[in-house]
Design a protein around this ligand. Structure first.
Ligand SMILES: [Fe+2]
Length: 223
């Protein structure tokens, strides 16, 4: 790796951490989401949870370990909180996401478009929540693939509980109305819980987007 590239990656990582800090400061406001406390509907895990995990499973899906070339796609900061049924933060929740790359290929041996897979996209990432229940990923804006509207798969794993799986959708995507899985969710409040805005980030020179996706679990708060 030459000096310029390594400096670039370091500053990129620093900026990532800086923003992670900002996001948790800004969102750690008690009661900020009281109006959104509708239990997140569960959705099926689907067939493409990685059958072999990537070498890197951190929360930056754009860069695998210290490689230089980032993944192709619209850079998206995806964040949110894992909450119990009363809106309290859930700590030590392992949040996992997985999605297809910009060419519609998953990190799975049976994926479509395997020959066009973007080898720089991590495809899967993990984040362990702290006391605020907050998580953060840097990934790409999801794209459609045959039969599905754009979505990001989520699994939330908490010790001693069944795994919770759902999918996060993009508000305003025309294909949402045709997606068989999403159409099964009919209650407008349940739909609002899983279809969220992806908005351009002010001041981003590379067209980054941001999305907030809170997961409200049917957990009773611990005493
Ligand atoms: Fe999928």
């Amino acid at each position: 790796m030459n000096r310029t590239n390594s400096t670039h990656i370091l500053s990129d990582r620093r900026q990532f951490l800086y923003r992670a800090g900002l996001a948790s400061l800004f969102w750690n406001v008690p009661g900020a989401f009281a109006e959104e406390l509708f239990p997140t509907p569960a959705q099926q895990e689907g067939p493409f949870y990685p059958d072999k995990l990537p070498l890197d499973t951190d929360n930056d899906l754009l860069v695998i370990n210290e490689t230089i070339t980032p993944a192709v796609g619209t850079v998206t900061w995806l964040s949110g909180r894992i909450l119990d049924s009363r809106g309290g933060p859930v700590r030590n929740a392992l949040v996992e996401i997985w999605q297809c790359d910009a060419n519609g290929a998953y990190l799975h041996s049976k994926t479509n478009n395997r020959d066009r897979r973007d080898g720089n996209f991590q495809g899967f990432g993990r984040f362990l929540t702290g006391s605020t229940g907050e998580y953060l990923f840097r990934t790409i804006k999801p794209v459609p693939y045959p039969g599905r509207t754009p979505h990001i798969h989520f699994a939330v794993k908490i010790k001693g509980r069944d795994k919770f799986t759902t999918q996060c959708y993009v508000e305003g995507e025309p294909l949402n109305e045709k997606d068989g899985l999403l159409r099964r969710v009919q209650d407008p409040r349940a739909r609002k819980a899983i279809i969220v805005p992806f908005t351009p980030m002010a001041g981003s020179r590379i067209g980054e987007m941001a999305a907030r996706f809170n997961v409200v679990l049917g957990l009773t708060p611990e005493a």
